[in-house]
Design a protein around this ligand. Structure first.
Ligand code: FE
Length: 182
């Protein structure tokens, strides 16, 4: 699809030309906003929710793993565990709405709730990274239909070793997410 191919080409230029995270995010944010403003390019197979849990479909992986693009699909009531990313990422909601709850890592590496929630609506983009805030829970904010967001990360995120955090103790556990479409 031309629109998605153009996004990938523009993102490739960004990672070729910028090394600083802040500059990458500043240039990538309007590109992702433009991509999610036009909901006519995502293949139907990459917008299918799982019966029990959210899904993440790899849409594109840079040959040098400098970035990856993923569609996240949440069915009604579905949410992620508390998790981090360890690399920069951008989350852009294309359909529905998502509820984001923020956490911080304490000195012992445990996740601590910031008692801070916000709703991302279709068309909105937000950044995550160890510098701007990296630990959160994302849930479908809609009770009766799926929500779909498009994420860009500064790595082949499905292969990055990162962490889940226990909801009661905040203890970190290693995880590698993989992709729903392997
Ligand atoms: Fe996340």
């Amino acid at each position: 699809m031309k629109r998605f191919d153009e996004f990938v080409a523009a993102m490739t230029r960004v990672v070729e030309e910028e090394r600083e995270e802040a500059k990458v995010l500043a240039r990538a944010t309007p590109l992702l906003k433009n991509l999610i403003a036009h909901d006519d390019w995502l293949a139907a197979e990459h917008a299918v929710p799982g019966p029990d849990t959210y899904r993440q479909y790899l849409l594109y992986r840079d040959p040098d793993a400098r970035f990856s693009v993923i569609s996240f699909v949440w069915g009604p009531g579905q949410k992620t565990p508390i998790h981090d990313h360890t690399v920069w990422g951008l989350v852009g909601v294309m359909r529905g709405a998502e509820r984001c709850s923020e956490y911080e890592r304490d000195a012992a590496g445990r996740a601590v709730s910031q008692d801070c929630e916000h709703i991302l609506k279709a068309g909105m983009v937000e950044a995550v990274s160890p510098t701007v805030g990296d630990v959160h829970v994302v849930a479908n904010a809609l009770a009766d239909q799926p929500s779909v967001s498009i994420h860009v990360y500064g790595a082949d995120i499905g292969r990055v070793k990162r962490h889940w955090y226990d909801a009661k103790t905040g203890e970190a556990r290693d995880f590698v997410s993989g992709y729903s479409n392997a």
